[in-house]
Design a protein around this ligand. Structure first.
Ligand code: IVH
Length: 685
């Protein structure tokens, strides 16, 4: 007969199963099915029932992640099967050599080399862990240690939300014992935030995300670990009893079904060319991942073949790590300089001892603003951590405070413009400090450099150096003066012959016919980037109309907010700007742009996606993210990073992320690659 207690026990089990399922949707798939409030309600109900019936609490209950007191030290754990390491391939040549050896050994072992398959996984830069599950329940977790014996970090691993305390029912029948292996890491954003917090608390900083992850996991107090947003990618198994797997890929699929976070971009491939291509793709995507990878691991898929291939010492012959250049480095911050931008903002930047990061030599880095420098507590003379977030600008993440000698110099923003000496002003509500002098030479130089730059008037042969030289010699004072330069004047400059001089004069002359949006952008109106410039031109047609428009009229342009509108309005109320426009017009720069009919004809022909906003999610069958973005942009569309009500289309590839869920919620039309290509093709023919 069912008693109340039976009913309570059943409800507790049901709640645990529901919470496990929703944890998996939220933490592993990044695709929650219920709201946070609904989840909290389930969790609270479970907590209350367990409080009323403490005898029903089990260690695998989702309420039991953080508990207990700090440990006196770590116990040792012997791994059921050793944790191996990986041989490196430093370049494509070594990767090819590894593949050739696998093919040869496979044939020698009597296997058909046509059956060879490989699995490509990101090599996560964190620390390896091994988690023992018995009958589907997490029992003991350990670090790699020396490969045979590691440290018992069970209590700490339990605090990481993506670590299943119990496997999901989809993975049944559970093996009697299995060691699940993966890499614990700290996402890049969490790494920077952690270092900032530590600086604020006067604690020493972590040199890289890997050290931060290791420091966070190897904590004697699990409550400290619980406060660090650690995550895990699982990539394999060690000892397994009571279940067989034919291939590594099958292992990964089973782990995923059991609730483990397995990287969605893991791929199975056959040919060497596909391996090489896969490695290239990871390298390209490296900057977008939000966590550090230091290479790609290539593994032979067949587990029986893995065993046949064996290992050399600690390195299995059946796997290799194709390594990337590191994206973090340490170097000395020699000096903090301040330059003045086009709008007068004072920009601090770091002069660094040259160091290689992510394959390029870096000797300077932007420091954003005074507040950022203060928050990071960067001082001249500090050893600092550099991070190249992607292929872009290197960032100074934090100083290595442990290495300070006391001779380091804190930074103070100058209170006078370093270019013209005018006292600077602080804009209320902004962190920026500005030089208010409209005639500041640094501002003028930056304005002209912007005018000639690639996205703006794109004047070939006129670079930053030449602009500075021309200003120094008094040959130009503003952008309009460029159009008066003669071949004779230029040919007299150092290292410029008659030929290059006349090329430059030609290039300058050709720029007079740039599309109006480019010219508007080239003027350097605060807040008007090329996209806003296009919106404004589409709405107002000519500069003259735009100049006469009121703030209200300008802000009625789709996509143009009140701040931008005010900035545009103000620009045309400043006599200096009106003079420049008059002089540009006089010099022959076409400020009217194409007539409306022309623009419509041109637009219909080549810009079928004009005004449309796209978001990409998942891997497309043939296009890389960059290629898709380029095609969309070339057709007049815009690609943004997140889905909102303003998104027109979401382009969906394989293994899409939470953006798809968001798009479905908002009812935004979805496209696959084929449909995207159809849309793009509408402009041709
Ligand atoms: S497999 C073959 N797969 O790299 C068995 N390791 O240099 C070796 N690592 O200790 C492990 N991502 O810490 C494997 N997808 C991945 C990995 C990975 C990162 C780390 C792991 C290991 C080290 C070997």
């Amino acid at each position: 007969m069912a008693t109340t207690d039976d009913a309570v026990a059943a409800r507790i089990e049901e709640l645990r199963a529901l919470i496990r399922h929703h944890d998996y949707r939220y933490y592993v798939l990044d695709s929650p099915e219920i709201s946070d409030a609904e989840y909290d309600a389930l969790f609270r109900e479970l907590e209350e029932l367990e409080q009323a019936h403490p005898e029903l609490i089990t260690p695998d209950s989702p309420t039991q992640r953080v508990g207990g007191e700090p440990l006196p030290g770590f116990a040792q754990v012997r791994h059921g099967e050793p944790m191996l390491s990986l041989a490196n391939a430093k370049n494509e040549e070594e990767l090819r050599a590894w593949h050739a050896r696998v093919v040869r050994l496979t044939a020698e072992a009597g296997w058909d080399t046509r059956d060879l398959r490989f699995v490509l996984e990101p090599k996560i830069d964190g620390l390896a862990v091994s988690l023992r599950y018995e009958e589907g329940r997490f029992t003991v977790g350990a670090t790699r240690g020396n490969g045979e014996i590691g440290e018992d970090v069970t209590l700490n691993l339990r605090t990481i939300p993506v670590v299943p305390l119990a496997m999901l029912p989809a993975a049944a029948p559970f093996p009697r014992v299995v060691e699940v292996r993966g890499e614990v890491y700290l996402p890049l954003e969490a790494f920077s935030r952690l270092n900032e917090q530590r600086l604020a608390a006067g604690e020493s900083t972590f040199a890289n995300p890997r050290n931060a992850a290791a420091g966070s996991l190897r904590q004697l107090d699990p409550r400290v670990t619980a406060s660090r947003p650690l995550s895990v990618w699982f990539y394999g198994i060690g000892l397994v009893e009571g279940r067989q797997f034919a291939t590594h890929y099958e292992v990964l699929e089973w782990l995923r079904a059991a609730g483990f976070r397995v990287n969605p971009d893991v791929r199975r491939v056959e040919s060497l060319e596909a391996i090489v291509e896969g490695c290239r793709r990871w390298q390209e995507r490296r900057s977008e991942l939000g966590y550090d990878i230091d290479g790609v691991v290539v593994k032979v898929d067949d587990r029986a073949l893995q065993a046949a291939l064996g290992a050399v010492g600690r390195d299995p012959r059946w796997a290799v790590a194709y390594k990337f250049a590191p994206t973090t480095a340490q170097t000395r911050l020699l000096k903090i300089h301040v330059s003045v931008g086009r709008t007068g903002v004072l920009n601090p930047w770091a002069e660094l001892e040259p160091v290689e990061v992510g394959g390029v030599t870096v000797e300077r880095a932007t420091l954003h603003n005074e507040e950022d420098i203060r928050r990071k507590d960067l001082r001249e003379g500090d050893m600092v951590i550099l991070q190249r977030a992607g292929d872009v600008i290197p960032q100074v993440v934090a100083p290595l405070t442990d290495l300070r000698t006391g001779a380091e110099k804190p930074f103070h923003m100058p209170d006078h413009c370093p270019s013209c000496g005018t006292p600077v002003v602080r804009v209320p509500g902004e962190v920026a400090v500005r030089c208010p002098n409209p005639d500041c030479p640094a501002k003028r130089a930056e304005a002209i450099k912007h005018f000639v730059s690639k996205g703006a008037m794109d004047i070939e042969g006129v670079g930053e150096k030449l602009v500075e030289r021309l200003l120094e010699l008094g040959l130009i004072r503003d952008a309009a003066d460029l159009y008066r330069l003669t071949v004779e004047q230029l040919a007299h400059l150092e290292r410029l012959g008659e030929k290059s001089a006349s090329n430059i004069v030609n290039a300058i002359a050709q720029s007079k016919k740039r599309p109006l949006a480019r010219i508007l952008f080239a003027l350097g109106i605060p807040h008007v980037g090329i996209e806003n410039a296009e919106l404004l031109v589409r709405r107002f047609g000519s500069l003259e109309t735009l100049q006469k428009a009121s703030v209200e009229e300008i802000s009625q342009t789709p996509g143009i907010g009140p701040v931008i509108a005010q900035s545009v309005y103000d620009y045309f109320r400043d006599q200096r700007n009106l003079d420049l426009l008059a002089r540009l017009r006089e010099a022959g720069v076409d400020l009217e742009g194409p007539k409306e009919e022309e623009e419509a004809a041109a637009g219909a022909g080549t810009r079928p996606l004009a005004g449309k906003t796209f978001v990409l999610t998942g891997t497309l069958p043939t296009l890389t993210r960059q290629e898709a973005t380029d095609l969309i942009t070339a057709a007049g569309g815009r690609v943004t990073g997140s889905v909102s009500a303003k998104t027109d289309y979401v382009v969906v590839g394989e293994e899409p992320g939470s953006k798809l869920t968001r798009a479905e919620e908002l009812g935004i039309p979805l496209l696959n690659e084929a449909r995207l290509r159809e849309l793009l093709a509408q402009g041709e023919g």
